[in-house]
Design a binder for this molecule. Structure first.
Ligand code: ZL4
Ligand code: CA
Ligand code: ZN
Length: 393
């Protein structure tokens, strides 16, 4: 018998497309869509599915994808064949058109289906927020924040977040986008660069020469031309390796608290990339499930309609931990779930590597050295507060 019950007074919906997890970027590629299977399995083994409305969304249509992406890009994405990689006479790979076919954004079997399903999941979440059937809509299969209107980038081909925000803007005057993936949310920032109806705020590891994508410095706040309405509507929180739960939670709350006070969003989109967790294959931070989840708790506490997206996350068992915990936060049952991962989780063996009683919340692994000084974080907060002086809704 499950101790998980439906939350009183609000609705949580879970948007999940099981076909997504069957796609593979390639044997050793860090992006593993089966982390979604692991997440869903954990969510269900706790019985959380009984406390939410569950949807299996249809894929986004070509027309829906066209709301952001260009026709020539979509046509190419829809028809390009994965194998064999054709070479021209100079031995160049002509598929690197639109940045497709390299090691970050490979061509694989069913690529277009995978992309349109990710778009479909996030659009479905946005529709449930617009028609007020959901207060919190969860789309772990979305969150692909690097995709540009005419270009693939950093494991992302279709920007499902931009599509979802465009949908929200049909009903909401102001949308706040928050991004806790360890990478800069450049694609979303760029898409809404010139509007004051969307404010974007990304927290990320910043090292222009050594860490992807190299953008998102403290002074990157939108168009420099004061007459452009998008000026001051891009907020960036650049960080160094090893940031801890305590520092991150403090930073997150001071920055987001001030943004909400000044910008007064009517809906929030939260990208929860799990590569900001400790022990990630690509990320460099020291966040635990608690610290990552505290961001979701804080945003939920603002009481605004919200979409929760997935994103990065390259140590699958930790991705599943964080996203299952954050699903519990959305439902409001995080205090009532057993910290020991249930026996009947399909993927128990992935957790078993760590201990006989693997914990949902405890990430096992060597922490990184913390390179974030308190002084630097204070300067970051000060700068953000200064930017927001120009914003008045
Ligand atoms: C891999 O092992 O920094 C891709 C990518 C494929 C398989 C075998 C190929 C080996 C790490 C990454 C060659 C890999 C060379 N395979 C990758 C500048 C780079 C050029 C490509 O979380 N090489 C590019 C993108 C980032 C770069 C991060 C984060 C997405 C998100 C949202 C995207 N690209 C240097 C790297 C591997 C691979 C191993 C890899 N790629 C790590 N970081 C990148 O924000 C979903
Ligand atoms: Ca980020
Ligand atoms: Zn990332």
């Amino acid at each position: 018998i499950s101790n998980i019950t439906r939350p009183k007074g609000y609705n949580v919906s879970f948007h999940y497309q099981p076909e997504m997890e069957k796609h593979h970027f390639g044997q050793t590629h860090p992006m593993k869509p089966w982390r979604l299977t692991l997440t869903k399995s954990l969510v269900m083994s706790y019985g959380m599915n009984f406390a939410m409305d569950n949807y299996t969304p249809r894929a986004a249509t070509y027309e829906e994808l066209r709301d952001f992406h260009t026709q020539d890009y979509l046509d190419f994405l829809a028809t390009v064949a994965p194998e064999p990689v054709p070479r021209d006479l100079d031995n160049h790979n002509p598929d690197l058109k639109f940045n497709l076919g390299g090691s970050d954004c490979p061509l694989f079997e069913g690529l277009f289906d995978y992309c349109s399903m990710s778009g479909g999941v996030s659009l479905d979440a946005a529709r449930k927020i617009c028609n007020k059937e959901s207060d919190i809509a969860i789309a772990w299969g979305g969150g692909l924040h690097h995709a540009k209107k005419s270009e693939a980038s950093g494991f992302c081909y279709i920007n499902d977040i931009v599509l979802a925000i465009l949908q929200l803007l049909r009903h909401h005057p102001r949308v706040l986008y928050i991004d806790i993936d360890v990478h800069h949310g450049d694609g979303v920032e760029e898409a809404f660069f010139s509007t004051d109806r969307v404010m974007t705020c990304s927290f990320h590891k910043y090292d222009p020469l050594n860490f992807f994508p190299g953008t998102g410095g403290l002074d990157d706040n939108g168009p420099k031309n004061e007459h452009n309405p998008g000026a001051h509507h891009a907020i960036n929180v650049p960080l160094n390796d090893g940031i801890t739960d305590e520092q991150y939670a403090w930073l997150f709350q001071s920055v987001i608290g001030k943004i909400v006070e000044k910008f007064r969003p009517t809906a929030i989109c939260l990208q929860c990339g799990a590569d900001s967790l400790a022990g990630d294959r690509i990320g460099r931070f020291n966040l635990q499930v608690q610290g990552h989840g505290a961001c979701v708790e804080y945003v939920k506490g603002l009481g605004l309609p919200m979409i929760i997206f997935g994103g990065g996350g390259y140590t699958p068992r930790n991705v599943a931990r964080a996203w299952a915990y954050e699903t519990a936060v959305a439902i409001g049952c995080q205090g009532r779930i057993d910290p020991v991962i249930p026996q009947h989780t399909v993927w128990r063996e992935h957790f078993r590597q760590e201990s006989l009683l693997p914990s949902l919340e405890q990430i096992v692994g060597e922490p990184r050295q913390n390179r974030n000084t308190q002084k630097r974080l204070q300067d970051v907060i000060q700068h953000v507060h200064e930017q927001l002086r120009f914003v008045n809704q």
